[in-house]
Design a protein. Structure first.
Length: 221
């Protein structure tokens, strides 16, 4: 493949990415939409739009839903999934920090984070029931990955497991409020039902959040 072909391919990828972003924006602003409507709005063929929609569906950003009609056949529309929220600008961390700053009381802030931990335990605790430690670790990885933490699990016969998180969606909150990190550590311990120690932390300048599970490594606390 020569330089011209590579340049054409790169241009095509950028164009396709731009088209998919436009489709996502339309679904965000106009709500659930038919492929035909999207095609007319974009000035494309319906087949071309469906190709992009299929890619977005495969990536987990859109889903096909059935809308029942009072008369006639059900209608099929495309809607955004929860995962698509990460593709749009958000200012949630600013709102969270503003609210926590307004509390201006360490004890109350501690109670807020403790309450969040309890809710997460109630939500995810049942998923750990009657599972082996290995299965619980993998279940926790799935939970955290869905939340955008980019988890990698390493298994060691002697040291147990190393649980690495390469992204922290609440990093700006954790930078200011260490309670967020402490609550996550306690949450892991209770969900996994075993020794868990943090050995590296993004909020403390580390390159990742790393945990030793079932090991004798000392914590950084």
């Amino acid at each position: 493949m020569d330089g011209k072909d590579r340049a054409n391919m790169e241009q095509t990828r950028r164009h396709e990415g731009s088209t998919r972003q436009t489709i996502l924006t339309l679904l965000k602003t106009r709500g659930p939409s038919h492929a035909g409507y999207l095609a007319r709005t974009l000035g494309m063929t319906e087949m071309g739009v469906r190709r992009h929609l299929n890619t977005l569906e495969k990536d987990g950003f859109v889903e096909l839903s059935v809308v029942r009609q009072p008369m006639g056949r059900p209608s099929h529309v495309y809607t955004l999934t929860e995962a698509s929220a990460a593709l749009f600008p958000s200012n949630y961390h600013t709102l969270t920090l503003d609210l926590l700053d307004e509390l201006d009381d360490r004890q109350v802030i501690d109670q807020v984070f403790e309450g969040r931990k309890r809710k997460l335990l109630e939500r995810y605790g049942p998923r750990m029931s009657e599972k082996s430690l290995e299965q619980r670790v993998q279940e926790l990885a799935a939970i955290q990955n869905k939340g955008g933490y980019m988890v990698e699990v390493e298994a060691h016969s002697v040291e147990g497991y190393v649980f690495n998180e390469y992204n922290c969606p609440i990093a700006r909150v954790a930078d200011r409020y260490q309670q967020a990190c402490q609550c996550e550590l306690e949450l892991f311990r209770q969900l996994l039902g075993t020794r868990v120690e943090r050995t590296e932390c993004l909020a403390k300048g580390g390159g990742r959040c790393s945990y030793q599970i079932g090991s004798q490594v000392s914590a950084d606390e």
